[in-house]
Design a binder for this molecule. Structure first.
Ligand SMILES: C/C(=C\Cc1cc(O)c2ccccc2c1O)CCC[C@H](C)CCC[C@H](C)CCCC(C)C
Ligand SMILES: C[S@@+](CC[C@H](N)C(=O)[O-])C[C@H]1O[C@@H](n2cnc3c(N)ncnc32)[C@H](O)[C@@H]1O
Length: 260
């Protein structure tokens, strides 16, 4: 199962959570066993293997820029003090921690990276909790969150339309989803630069950690991802009233902002 992170007002007594990886296990719903795809299991295994060096390599390989991109993603979610928010595919919790600071002490957040909480604990983090779950089958009622963030997650789920439908379902009307990921650029130059950087910098460094194939996945997953225009179309087809994709990092990254 994956893990969740989110923040909500303690006063509200509500609890929001963020999902990181929905491993696929045989789950029994009533009398019907549900068998998830092996693709999701393989995806979870990949992220489990890179977890020990994930944060470090993100910092080194992006020269720390990923933290800027994540701050932009959270800012564009319009999460504010006292909100109930969700960080989907939260992994080690970078966006969850940022959301926690946004919603503040009167916000409550569920967090998967409890171990990291010890390293960087802030007063607001005490409102963070984590629940394991599946971004494709969120354990929340409709219209539950004031904002949802997804950092480098939508590209990695095995069913993107379903993920967008779930995000829409759990968002309150008028609220936003902010989805950060690599940009599948339409610019030959940018796409070539991104590809060159992955081939000649990212993968060689990852190889020194024995993670060649795991970081090679980056390139294939980006090539199979959606362009900004296609992401906007995906959001509108899921039912969002508006959707806009913005390029970041010179076009290497992108952030979709979709309003329910
Ligand atoms: C935070 C970043 C990537 C997260 C991430 C997402 C995935 O789906 C992965 C899949 C498999 C392995 C790793 C990941 C993963 O780390 C973005 C920054 C980290 C990137 C690994 C570095 C990308 C380098 C850029 C292509 C070039 C940066 C140029 C300049 C220094 C800004
Ligand atoms: C590249 S990491 C992103 C982590 C974090 N959001 C960040 O910005 O660094 C992708 C995450 O998506 C999670 N993931 C993939 N499919 C998922 C699913 N169906 N449900 C929940 N999490 C999923 C993986 O477990 C992994 O933690």
């Amino acid at each position: 199962m994956g893990t969740l992170a989110a923040a909500i007002p303690v006063t509200a007594g509500a609890t929001a959570t963020g999902i990181s990886h929905a491993g696929c296990r045989r789950r029994r719903r009533g009398s019907v066993a549900v068998r998830c795809s092996s693709a999701a299991d393989e995806r979870q295994a990949l992220f489990s293997r890179i977890a020990p060096v994930y944060d470090h390599l993100n910092d080194v390989l992006s020269l720390g820029q990923h933290r800027t991109w994540k701050r932009i993603c959270v800012s564009w979610s319009k999460a504010k003090r006292g909100d109930r928010v969700l960080d989907l595919c939260c992994g080690s919790g970078d966006l969850a921690f940022l959301l926690s600071q946004k919603v503040g002490l009167d916000g409550e957040q569920l967090q998967t990276a409890a171990s990291r909480q010890d390293q960087r604990w802030k007063a607001c983090y005490k409102n963070i909790k984590w629940i394991e779950g599946d971004a494709l089958d969120l354990p929340f009622t409709d219209r539950y969150f004031d904002a949802v963030t997804v950092g480098y997650g939508l590209r990695n789920v095995v069913d993107r339309p379903k993920a967008m439908q779930e995000i829409l379902r759990v968002l309150k009307p008028g609220s936003r989803a902010s989805v950060l990921d690599f940009n599948k650029s339409s610019s030959i130059f940018t796409a070539s630069l991104q590809s060159w950087a992955i081939d000649n910098v990212v993968v060689p460094l990852a190889s020194s950690y024995g993670l060649t194939e795991e970081y090679k996945y980056l390139k294939s997953s980006i090539s199979q991802y959606l362009t900004g225009e296609e992401l906007e179309k995906l959001a509108k087809e899921a039912g969002f009233s508006s959707a806009k994709h913005y390029e970041l990092g010179g076009g290497l990254m992108g952030n979709l902002v979709a309003t329910r």
